[in-house]
Design a protein around this ligand. Structure first.
Ligand code: GDP
Ligand code: MG
Length: 212
């Protein structure tokens, strides 16, 4: 069904309250309507994938209709259904991939788990400089201590709170450049730039895997 698709795991990081859950929720319901050309990303069928872990091997089930839901009841008892709502299919430049989102708060020891992570999305609130400092610390740790060269996307969320802004865009951009990250500003509350972030994550992952 979807075995030809690449599945990438994305870890959502950031201090409590910055909007990790809100962003994940928006990702899961993200979709574009209208017509597209090759440069326009299309996000499709957000809720049709279920990750199934069976005998230590994870696979994706893509459900087309009600009948296929009965497959779940046929799984042996060692089967585990994990976080069904955490996959998003993204079609970019004619190629479809699946992004699987993990929340740092549910995976506090991601280093110790041998889950391969393809991208780190490090979120802060532009209205809270403590969360920004924490994000910078996380990025520095990833690059300098863990020595990862995986895709890292720094996200300044809550830009709708314009009058409470405490973190300047140029500061965040400077840090992002220093640590070879992409920087995006979003409002999960207003669903502003969330689709762009989703597509940006996938393009960063692909760029990291096979630089053009
Ligand atoms: P998490 O702890 O990082 O998962 O943060 P949540 O997603 O639970 O969000 C924490 C609080 O911030 C909730 O009350 C959200 O409604 C709110 N929030 C999340 N994103 C935004 C945003 O973009 N703008 C505003 N104004 N509030 C937001
Ligand atoms: Mg949360």
């Amino acid at each position: 069904l979807t075995s030809q698709l690449d599945l990438y795991r994305v870890l959502l990081m950031g201090a409590p309250g910055v909007g990790k859950s809100a962003l994940a929720r928006q990702f899961m319901t993200s979709e574009y309507k209208g017509t597209y050309d090759s440069t326009t990303p299309e996000i499709i069928e957000p809720e049709r994938n279920v990750n199934v872990l069976l005998d230590g091997k994870e696979s994706i089930l893509h459900f087309l209709d009600e009948e296929q839901l009965t497959l779940l009841s046929l799984l042996p008892s060692t089967a585990e259904i994990i976080e069904p709502e955490r996959n998003v299919n993204v079609l970019l430049d004619g190629k479809e991939s699946i992004l699987h989102f993990l929340d740092e708060e549910q995976h506090p020891n991601f280093e110790a788990e041998d889950l391969p992570i393809d991208a780190y999305v490090v979120i802060f609130s532009v209205s809270d400089s403590a969360t920004y400092n924490a994000a910078v610390h996380s990025i520095r740790t990833l690059r300098e201590e863990h020595r990862t060269n995986k895709a890292i996307i720094l996200v300044g969320n809550k830009i709708d709170l314009a009058r409470q802004r405490r973190v300047a865009k140029h500061d965040a951009l400077k840090i992002a450049k220093k640590y070879d990250c992409r920087y995006t500003e979003t409002s999960a509350a207003l669903n502003h730039h969330v689709d762009e972030l989703l597509v940006g994550i996938l393009s960063q992952i692909r760029e990291q895997i096979s630089p053009s």
